[in-house]
Design a protein around this ligand. Structure first.
Ligand SMILES: [Zn+2]
Length: 368
């Protein structure tokens, strides 16, 4: 009996050796086979720009949007195969001529269902597979949590099964203070329970814009995010821009990384979102800083997702998208292979969204 098993193993081993020999020789055949097999991703030859855009606003703050087909064309052209289809968490009144809230202090901006409806309609018309898009609920007014479950119920009725993401929604966004936006309170976060339960049951991730603070008070609003994570430990929570913003461009990177590391350690349901070029411009591009953030991401390769934070207002064109993708992807170049695959090639995004996709493995450095 023992002998027979031994012989079987021996045979299997021989067959395996023969198969490897066929694949490995000649060298060209091996490469062709690897490619046909969606084999490995060669970082030396292929672009470093992210294959997923988890933070993409298909609707502008106000005014006209880039047409849906045109925008999906941008994604195809840049090699972005998956994206989250965000509306916008703050819309200007329909009678306003503004396209950007910062140009119109005093004009109130509020979340709205309109942009989500347009996105859902556009998506339903073609249900594109390249790029594959996750339609997101962006209407949620976190300051009025009691209105949210009814909103989700309405979406379920009008667009059953269409919405697979939530956000980006604002916990606190200092840039909107001149437009009547106020920070959410810890008291208010308690009342999120009913809609957070719905998201949890459906495995829907929620992206929260929650400013960490300002240059004068870098962690002023940290308690809000801590409260959200403490109260909802089983929701998939994505922290937009790692809490950074134009109001917080001078925080000591070591301090910021230490804080992110503590939050990821304490809250296993937290993913950080690396979107928005402010991160590159104000932090990663500074001397010595990129290596620090890359090392941080290499220590936590499964905990971050990439994005552009592009806002599709009609005054922008392909060049702007291409540039924002390139700028927000520069950090990818500094990542080790594991973090590169998980973040840039989309493995973390696929897992968070719960889709049956696998990022290609990265070719070994020796083969590059
Ligand atoms: Zn955004």
């Amino acid at each position: 009996m023992k002998l027979r098993i031994g012989r079987r193993l021996g045979l299997a081993g021989a067959a395996l050796t023969a198969a490897v020999a066929v694949v490995a020789s000649p060298a060209g055949a091996g490469q062709a086979l690897a490619a046909a097999d969606h084999g490995c991703f060669d970082r030396a030859k292929e672009p470093y720009t992210s294959k997923v855009d988890s933070h993409l606003h298909f609707r502008p703050f106000g005014g006209k949007a880039i047409p849906f087909d045109e925008l999906t064309g941008y994604l195809r052209k840049t090699g972005v195969q998956h994206a989250s289809m965000y509306g916008i968490g703050q819309t200007l009144p329909v009678n306003s001529s503004c396209t950007y809230y910062l140009d119109c202090p005093g004009t109130p901006v509020v979340p709205s269902m309109k942009n989500d409806f347009v996105n859902a309609e556009n998506w339903l018309e073609t249900k594109p597979e390249d790029p594959e898009l996750a339609v997101s609920m962006t209407f949620m007014d976190l300051a009025k949590p009691e209105t949210i479950p009814a909103g989700i119920a309405l979406y379920d009725k009008e667009f059953p099964g269409v919405f697979r993401w939530a956000g980006e929604v604002n916990v606190v966004k200092q840039a909107l203070f001149p437009n009547h936006h106020k920070a959410t309170t810890t008291e208010n976060i308690k009342h999120w329970a009913p809609f957070m339960k719905v998201l949890r049951e459906r495995g829907i991730p929620i992206t929260l814009h929650s400013d960490l603070g300002s240059d004068a008070e870098p962690t002023k609003y940290l308690p809000l995010m801590e409260e959200v994570l403490r109260r909802y430990p089983h929701n998939k929570i994505v922290w937009a821009h790692m809490g950074l913003s134009k109001e917080l461009t001078k925080m000591d990177p070591d301090r910021h990384i230490r804080l992110m590391e503590r939050m990821l350690g304490e809250h296993h349901n937290l993913t950080v979102d690396l979107s928005w070029r402010v991160l590159e411009d104000a932090y990663f591009s500074k001397p010595g800083v990129r290596a620090k953030y890359a090392a941080f991401l290499d220590r936590h390769p499964t905990r971050a997702i990439p994005g552009t934070d592009f806002v599709a207002s009609a005054n922008k064109d392909y060049k702007v998208y291409e540039e924002e993708l390139e700028v927000t992807s520069r950090i990818n170049k500094a990542l080790g292979d594991e973090a590169f695959r998980d973040i840039a090639l989309g493995q973390n995004y696929f897992r968070l969204l719960g889709i049956n996709e696998t990022a290609p493995r990265v070719c070994e450095a020796a083969a590059r």
